[in-house]
Write a protein that binds this ligand. Structure first.
Ligand code: SF4
Ligand code: SF4
Length: 110
């Protein structure tokens, strides 16, 4: 994760949830999952009672299109709190983001 210099992880979380309100977890975007992540995502969705639509490839990897879900959000995003419901087991792409300066992403400095 690329953080603006001097920002602690706690401060970054506060900005993401309360100021930005998780813009990178919603909108006209898709989340790419490895086969292992796709399996875990399905299990989390079943456990949480969350409706999940994903496009799976023959190798087991998958794509989760946010616009196919309520509120155009990642199905794991709690729309009321802007909190990821599976934060401790979130996919690699979510852990890595932002990996560079991203326009509109405050914690990347963009
Ligand atoms: S776009 Fe940037 S500031 Fe907004 S929630 Fe995502 S990582 Fe946080
Ligand atoms: S899994 Fe969590 S961090 Fe990743 S896009 Fe969905 S809500 Fe955001």
């Amino acid at each position: 994760m690329h953080l603006t210099s001097g920002l602690t992880p706690a401060e970054a979380s506060r900005i993401c949830m309360h100021e930005c309100r998780a813009k990178c977890c919603q909108g006209a975007m898709c989340l790419q999952l490895t086969a292992a992540e796709a399996g875990a995502f399905k299990n989390h969705a079943a456990r949480l009672g969350v409706a999940l639509f994903m496009v799976e490839s023959p190798d087991g990897s998958a794509v989760v299109p946010f616009p196919e879900h309520a509120g155009e959000r990642c199905p794991m995003l709690d729309g009321a709190t802007s909190k990821c419901r599976i934060y401790e087991d979130r996919p690699a792409r979510c852990r890595q983001f932002p990996d560079k300066l991203v326009p509109g992403c405050a914690i990347s400095g963009g």
